[in-house]
Write a protein that binds this ligand. Structure first.
Ligand SMILES: [Zn+2]
Ligand SMILES: [Zn+2]
Length: 721
């Protein structure tokens, strides 16, 4: 190669061509540094015929600077980057950047310096240093990360280094991870599990693209099944990627993994420290990281020897990314397996309708685990009709649920109350004038958090202490909380069961791995009587003494009225119900609702999942919604309302006129103001036959907007706000 076409990691720059200087060895996928004006840019050498650009004559080409000392991005990953950019109408550079993970890691291994407390305890400390000492107990990280964690300036910490309070620790970035052992512990599997595991193991041994849908009821032991496939990949010296929807779930997963394979897996997620990030990325590209467990961003890493992909809790909405490159990690995982020619397992107790359809069509091989492991029975599900069984005034738990909670406490068993709403109350208003507290940056009410004494916006993070007086009518002590959040439910439990030990489980209270571990341990050791939690408690946990699950408000998820509201409600309640009765004692589930006749509630009560999926499929077929038709959204935003409206009008005005494409809008988005930006939306509904992405590109590419306008395309949208 004497000339090279580069995909540069900057969406604002075009494709660029360079001369390859004599003696420089590059191949497709090589990561290189190239000159651009007075600056340098980072890019990947790409097949010129796959990356259209303007051809520059040889004589005008500038030479590449250097090749980074890392393996080239493999061809299957390059194809995945192209596919993702094309399918989701996203810039290729933005997709490719996700493969890089950590640009610092490109510079080779070596060492980095982290700092930790020395244990020295001086008699006198400035308040800032004292606060830092408290915050940094047990921590080790770079000065910048520690400063962030302790909320002090880097200068304060450097002063502490000088005073001997913090000491440097040299971290070797290429130190190897301990090796996982395929046969560390032999699992005990049921006949169903063995059959499923054998199928996966055979697919891994054979190699080649093989998509599976592992459909197992809660408590059926799906993880143990796919662990056998992981073991087989380990025996073959291959790498495995396991995607989990939330970091909160990883702690539990890590413990099970370590029990099976002897060591923890390699983690990849956004809150890794910079040293951990570099170390993990380098081990991944060199093929040394055997099993990588991560959130959706782990999907684009340049694995050297990928042999298997697992997507656990594959129905989870959080696999859909809603900013930047708006991709669905579940779907991209299947595409990656296709390009890599390896098996992929989508595991779920409540698969997405899209996945069920693909299994029915024979695209995915469906593996069922119809029974719970160890002979445990499925919980008994009952409906509490809130119209006839009303809670006491100002309370949210119906008498029947209260009675069952008391009975569990007397028997020494655990209960779980589920309400997917953080904080104390979703709406706060003034008793005197009715003023409602709204976020200044978003079309959203401020949520009262009584534990942390603040009113907070869950969309942008704005928060303010609750005011002494109403800002509108200036009446003092006038605030009224409307509706319940989990904090309020916990208060109610405290009132009816004063002697109960209560754990509040939300992302506000369990915000670190240490806290999650402490909670799991306490729950497992019977130190907790009642768990009150948001969707954080709906999955992954296995508490043998938990025999009662109360769903405080089953109608909550149905209010939004979006395409997947019914399915999502079904999934969430089925998952949380699945926490009950996983040990020897049978479980009971009480679902509070005002709509017992709703299809989703009836399906939950009767346990008739098949007819629910059939009814959902029917409704979506009628609406030409996915997976029968295709949807896409265009979201226009600007800090200037008129500018946003104008851009939306321009887009609406040049809508395509095609028989198989229906364009709805533009209209102000339900969240018409978000993080200080005014928002408009268009929704596109197309037949499967339509070349949806081509239509959108042909429509939007020629349009030009004011500088402050952002136009985002969301293919297969999950969010309609
Ligand atoms: Zn007022
Ligand atoms: Zn806000």
């Amino acid at each position: 190669m004497n000339r090279a076409r580069l995909l540069v990691f900057n969406s604002a720059l075009p494709v660029l061509d360079y001369r390859v200087p004599e003696g420089m060895a590059i191949e497709y996928g090589s990561v290189v540094v190239a000159p651009l004006g007075p600056r340098q840019v980072l890019g990947v050498v790409w097949e010129a015929e796959r990356l259209p650009g303007t051809d520059v004559p040889d004589a005008k080409l500038r030479p590449l600077h250097e090749v980074m000392p890392v393996p080239p991005l493999p061809a299957p990953l390059r194809r995945l980057i192209e596919w993702t950019a094309d399918y989701y109408c996203a810039p290729m550079a933005a997709v490719a950047r996700m493969a890089l993970g950590s640009s610092a890691a490109l510079r080779g291994g070596g060492t980095m310096t982290e700092y930790r407390l020395t244990g020295l305890e001086p008699k006198r400390l400035t308040p800032q240093r004292a606060a830092a000492m408290d915050a940094l107990d047990g921590e080790q990280a770079t000065i910048r990360e520690l400063a962030e964690r302790a909320s002090v300036s880097e200068g304060v910490l450097r002063g502490m280094v000088g005073a001997g309070l913090l000491e440097p620790v040299v971290v070797d970035l290429d130190r190897p991870y301990p090796r996982a052992r395929a046969d560390f512990a032999q699992p005990e599997l049921s006949d169903d599990q063995t059959a499923a595991a054998d199928r996966f193991v055979a697919a891994v041994a054979k190699g080649g693209f093989a998509p599976f849908l592992l459909d197992g009821v809660t408590g059926s032991g799906k993880t143990e099944c796919y662990f056998e496939a992981v073991a087989e990949a380990l025996r073959l010296g291959q790498q495995v990627l396991v995607l989990l929807p939330e970091i909160a779930l990883t702690e539990n997963f890590l413990r099970r993994f370590e029990a099976r394979f002897g060591v923890p897996p390699v983690l990849w997620h956004s809150s890794l420290k910079s040293t951990e990030r570099r170390r993990a990325w380098r081990a991944i590209v060199r093929g040394e990281a055997q099993v990588v467990v991560g959130a959706r961003s782990a999907l684009f890493m340049p694995y050297a020897r990928l042999g298997l992909i697992v997507v656990d809790e594959a129905h989870e909405v959080s696999f859909k990314q809603d900013d930047g490159v708006r991709y669905n990690a579940r779907d991209v995982a299947v595409m990656r397996a296709k390009f890599e020619k390896v098996p992929v397992i989508l595991a779920s107790a409540t698969p997405a309708l899209e996945s069920m359809q693909l299994a029915e069509a024979g695209v995915y091989e469906k593996i069922d685990l119809p029974a719970r492991f160890g002979g445990a029975t499925m919980p008994d599900i009952q409906i509490v009709d809130l119209r006839t069984e009303q809670p006491e005034r100002g309370h949210w738990l119906a008498p029947r649920l209260v009675k069952e909670l008391k009975a569990r406490l007397e028997r020494g068993e655990q209960s779980l109350l589920f309400l997917n709403r953080r904080g104390y109350a979703p709406l706060t208003l003034c008793r005197n004038c009715g003023h409602r507290f709204q976020c200044p940056n978003c079309t959203a009410w401020l949520v009262e958090h009584r534990l942390s004494r603040r009113l907070a916006c869950h969309h942008c993070g704005y928060e303010t202490p609750p005011p002494e007086a109403c800002p509108e009518c200036h009446t003092a002590d006038c605030l009224v909380a409307c509706g319940p959040g989990v904090e309020r439910i916990a208060d109610e439990v405290r009132e009816i069961l004063p002697e109960a030990r209560i754990a509040l489980v939300t992302s506000d209270t369990l915000n670190s791995p240490a806290k999650i571990n402490a909670f799991v341990e306490a729950a497992e050791n019977g130190m907790i009587d009642v768990i009150v939690g948001t969707q954080l408690v709906t999955k992954g946990y296995h508490f043998p003494e938990l025999t009662l699950v109360g769903v405080v408000d089953a109608d909550l998820g149905l209010e939004g009225g979006d395409l997947r509201a019914g399915e999502r409600t079904y999934q969430q309640i089925a998952q949380v119900a699945g926490r009950a009765g996983r040990g020897e004692k049978p479980g009971e589930v009480l679902i509070q609702t005002r709509h017992p006749e709703a299809a989703v509630i009836e399906a939950l009560a009767s346990g008739d999942r098949d007819s629910f999926y059939a009814a959902e499929a029917e409704a979506r077929r009628d609406a030409m919604a996915p997976p029968f038709g295709r949807w896409a959204a265009i979201i226009i935003s600007s800090e200037d309302e008129a500018e946003a409206r104008e851009a939306a009008r321009t887009i609406g005005g040049s809508r395509p006129d095609l028989p198989d494409v229906l364009v709805l809008g533009p209209a102000a988005a339900p969240l018409s103001l978000l993080r200080g930006r005014y928002r408009y939306r268009l929704l596109i509904n197309a037949r499967r036959s339509a070349e949806l992405q081509d239509v959108i590109r042909a429509w939007l590419d020629p349009l030009r907007f004011s500088h402050g306008v952002r136009v985002a395309v969301d293919i297969d949208p999950y969010s309609f706000v």
